[in-house]
Write a protein that binds this ligand. Structure first.
Ligand code: FAD
Length: 410
């Protein structure tokens, strides 16, 4: 019988894992299961040009088509099972159950179910509340963007700040509420976070830090329609729209009951093998694995370059298992990298600035981000990250090569 590999999660990591399995010589059956009804599409534009570049009547079909990845011809024979999520699994028996009642048998599994947004507590009011993770979310938000709409973005991380930037460019009056002392603290540190706040406020954004949201208030005439956001100190912010951008949950529920460590994503070894299971690998935002470029602590990384990198290595691991070859023991040491576009600035990060104990300005000035800035992030004097702001792309390589260079730290 031909082997059956099932990939769960039909986005970037799932797509790349299927393509890489074929590239590794796997010729058996491949099924990709996706909760969304769309084939894989690119998410980063959802908080940026996909919102600003379309009118309020853009449809889900048009947007998903415009952002769709073009799969390689090597997976033209893949079976797509879209629009029905995996709801449970019996890994010992090799069985996967979908919400539509189907049960799929597998010899090997790729876990690529990514994340979903965390939501503010409280079910009401229901209308006027948005998240940005899927094309459906972006279409719903775009339709709500009328001129001079009052929007409160809860959460000043990268996606929150990008959405704030895009909404401002579309004429919305935007306030960002962030409980930490500065926006994007974990990603860029206190100094650059403060500088980005000052830059963004200069362009008209209101930023409130050190405050969480205690509750939402519905309109007097229609309690289901959001009308205001109440902060921890009692301040009320009038709001026609609330964008909840307060982090995410790994989609692991369908793996429960199999004895896996699902504390934060799926715990894997350095070869992306789900701990204790030779026939199961994970890739993308959901994979928590140690990266010896930095240390031996397993972490998830939510950057666009990681689905591709992890899918490639996971496919090698799985193809070796399926063909009976010895698994490679070369350490897997990807360099995390992400970009972000906000209020006319292009941020480019290499490495893991969040691991640093010290940040120093390597080039430029914190009060002139438009003029170009490079921040270096050090842990025990070792460069573990760099964030470049408005630096020409031709300069990227120099900094990328300098961050956490190999040979390994451990
Ligand atoms: C709005 C936004 C902007 C971003 N901007 C940037 C950026 O500028 N730069 C950058 O580096 N990164 C950015 N990212 C991050 C980047 O897009 C992610 O790292 C990447 O999408 C992760 O891919 P993934 O395949 O691991 O997970 P996902 O893209 O989350 O895909 C997981 C898929 O699995 C499906 N799924 C979930 N549960 C189940 C289930 N039970 N059964 C079947 N299917 C299931 C989901 O529906 C989804 O389609 C952004 C992300 C978002 C949301």
């Amino acid at each position: 019988m031909r082997p059956q590999v099932v990939v769960v999660g039909a986005s970037l990591a799932g797509l790349r894992a299927a393509e890489q399995l074929r590239a590794q010589g796997y010729a058996g059956d491949l099924t990709i299961v996706g909760a969304e009804k769309h084939k894989p599409y690119n998410r980063p534009p959802l908080s940026k040009e996909a919102l600003s570049g379309h009118g309020p009547d853009v449809t889900v079909e048009a947007l998903s088509a415009s952002l769709a990845f073009r799969p390689k011809s090597s997976i033209a024979d893949v079976r797509w099972q879209l629009g029905s999520p995996a709801v449970s699994s019996d890994l010992a028996e090799g069985l996967l159950s979908l919400a539509n009642g189907q049960v799929l048998a597998f010899d090997a599994l790729v876990v690529a179910t990514g994340l979903r947004p965390r939501r503010l507590l409280g079910d009401t009011p229901t209308r006027g509340r948005h998240v940005v993770r899927t094309v459906d979310d972006a279409v719903s938000l775009r339709a709500a963007l009328v001129p001079a709409v009052r929007a409160v973005v809860v959460g000043g991380g990268f996606i929150g700040c990008e959405v704030a930037s895009t909404l401002t460019s579309l004429g919305a009056r935007v306030t960002v509420v962030e409980p930490l002392p500065v926006p994007m603290l974990r990603g860029v540190g206190a100094e650059l976070g403060a500088a980005l706040r000052a830059h963004h406020e200069h362009t008209g954004l209101q930023v409130i830090t050190g405050q969480g949201v205690s509750r939402l208030i519905g309109a007097t005439e229609d309690a289901e329609q959001v009308a205001a956001v109440v902060l921890d100190d009692g301040t009320e912010l009038a709001a026609d729209l609330v964008i909840e951008s307060i982090g995410s949950h790994p989609n692991t529920e369908w793996l429960q009951g199999n004895g896996l460590d699902l504390t934060d994503g799926v715990l894997c070894d350095n070869q992306l093998r789900v701990e204790g299971r030779a026939e199961i690998v994970a890739a993308g935002d959901i994979a928590r694995f140690p990266n010896p470029r930095f240390d031996d602590i397993a972490r998830r990384v939510e950057h666009w370059n990681m689905p591709g990198e992890t899918a490639k290595r996971a496919a090698v691991t799985l193809a070796d298992h399926l063909s009976g070859h010895a698994t490679t023991t070369d350490p897997f040491t990807p360099l995390p990298a992400f970009w972000s576009d906000q209020f006319g600035l292009r941020l480019q990060s290499f490495g893991s600035p969040g691991l640093a104990d010290t940040a120093v300005v390597e080039h430029g000035a914190l009060d002139d981000l438009d003029g170009g800035l490079v921040m270096a992030y050090l842990r025990k004097d070792r460069l573990v990250g760099a964030v470049l702001v408005n630096v020409p792309a031709s300069e990227y390589r120099r900094y990328r090569d300098a961050v956490a260079p190999l040979p390994l730290a451990v």
